[in-house]
Design a protein around this ligand. Sequence first.
Ligand code: ATP
Ligand code: MG
Ligand code: FE
Length: 342
Amino acid sequence: MKVLGIESSCDECAAAVVEDGKIIRSNVVATQIPFHEVYNGVVPEIASRMHTEWISGVVKTALSDAGCKPGDIDAVAATTQPGLLGSLLVGLSFAKAFAYSLDKPFIAIDHMLAHLYAPMLSENVDYPFLGLLVSGGHSIICRVDDFDAITVLGTTIDDAVGEAFDKVSKFYGFGYPGGVHIDRLAKNGDSNAFKFPLPNLYKGEHRYDVSYSGLKTAVINQIEQFRQTDAQGNPVALSPENIAASFQKTAIDILLRSLFRAIEDTGLTTIVAGGGVAANSYLRQCLAERKDIRCLFPPLNLCGDNGAMVAGLGYKYLARGDRSPWTVTASARVKAFKRRYP
Ligand code: ATP
Ligand code: MG
Ligand code: FE
């Protein structure tokens, strides 16, 4: 079965055709990054307008890349939550109209469940496992019992991890999106140049939570306080590379501390990562070093937003006989999970 997946929740206008939830026949991602870069962040009004202009061409290209005519598609899946409302509505409206006109099922997709499905396009994983969903808007550690059944164990109590990368990068002028530039700069920096504190979140309901506002403040407003000295007793260089490496190490260590705690407590040793921050090289390196766990990452081109993960997850619903009502609408936030999400 061929599913057309449409993703427009943020600044990527994307569509893909995926067969049987596994075989990617096409995957078109038209990024708006150059148009938002000048503002150092996504401008919602620009995003939704560009989706409106691009969506039809992006879907057409996804179909032709896959060698499909519209009638060859068995179902249409689109992201309906969470994200920028205006942007979500463009993809959702297009998908519903496309499916309705062809008399095919429409399937509403949760963006974070789609990120979680990205590594499963190429690998098979047995449930249950731990999910690590880390992106521009979310930082979630969850227990995953099925493709649509997650229990949030921990999340951020303030900023998301990707958001922290973006804000630090914006302040220092490293570039947008922040994670990409910080990861690049960090490769030539000393991660011990600045010793930033970790948040004090060990107890009770916060056992698996993370927090980034303290780190953000330390890096942006108090950096001199955390500057280390070299062997000769001279202060280390206040270079972009050193700032990036030290910030990145702390930001990822915050995540790992909560994740490792969840691994210990649940006994689950399979981790599936997803979202833009799953592209981070230091995160991947740290998890690869733990030989007692199996960690699956999406390929780099499927960490960020894309239509393939939407189409792949759409197939799972379709195979179970599900379809969404035509009345389904978009939602900026999500309320249907057991703990805070987002
Ligand atoms: P959400 O998925 O929460 O709705 P989003 O869709 O905007 O938010 P994604 O597109 O999944 O987020 O990911 C974008 C985020 O990933 C940005 O915050 C970006 O800085 C971050 N990012 C991208 N590459 C890297 C990297 N190599 N290291 C760290 N962060 C990265
Ligand atoms: Mg994006
Ligand atoms: Fe995303």
